[in-house]
Design a protein. Sequence first.
Length: 366
Amino acid sequence: MSNKCPFHQPVPEGGDPFKAARESTGVLHTEFQGRAVPMILSHEGVVATAKDWQRFSSDAPVRVPIPSEEDVRTVRQYPLEVDLPEHHDYRKTIEPFFNRPKDPQMIAAVEAVVDSLIDGGLAKPDLEIVHDFAIPLQSRALAILTNAPEGDADLWISWGTHVFRDKEGKSKGFFLEHYCAELLDRALENPRDDLFTALTRMEIQGRPLTREEQLGYLNIVFAGGRDTIIHTITGVIGFFGEHRDALLGLRERPDLFNLASEEFFRVLSPITHIGRVLPEETEVGGRIYAENERVSLCWASANRDAKAFPDPDMVKLDRKMPRGPPRPPDYANPHRKTGNPPRWHPHPLDETPSRARTRLRANTRI
């Protein structure tokens, strides 16, 4: 018999529900949506499984996320839910547009958003970080990345923390697919220099993208990098709110800023886990799982593996990361190659910490 979902069990003392299983076998045999699912827990195991796409496949529309998303979308998310070598083609197709964060003009635009939100926050007696800071920052940065009208960002802000589910976790239905279809129709009728128009003109393997592929790209752009970024921003601000000395210390050590950012991603693990599907019957952690069953790559557990991260429950802003750490993938960025250890690539929010750091030198009231 499988254990019930570990995310819905009481958290043990120490706050790490995976520690015992990770240190014993490295695999937790558990259950999601009524199906037995092995969770790969160790740092070494997650890295090895992520590389082995032939045995643990991403070619499974709506089933790569856990829980699966058949109740909120019908399209495959590109390039996430595609295996190599096709994944490379899908990534290469969209890559030029997502190199825009390197553009100095775009960096300046995102910095202006950060400045505006910081100024607005400092002018208030208190600030609700999720809805008054993190969500507007994510949505307005995404509008800059996609080159969408500013009014579109206002709509995206109204969606809240998650595009697929409400605050009770209930499905919002297929509204995102309908909205993305409207954006593509708008692009065909009134072309602009934006991502939506670009998708209607892109080609892959010598042919135009299908409407389903266009929708699949947009689905992950809107859904993948939303709650994860919001969670990360609020987590970082929450930490500094409770550890002012760490904030002041980091202000004096800008050379540690990249390491600190990596440490926050490790500790917060905004993507707790992600699924792969078994193309054939496979032994995992001493048990046999049937073809088409799923395996969980648990980033949250791997990021607490003491073999890779000494004193894993401590936040060390000067921690040096091991080679190929299983950091949570950035869903909004289609640069990451399925089958390889995750890597970070330019994102419209990459400049946010450095901009905030500059502001912190002048004002430490945040």
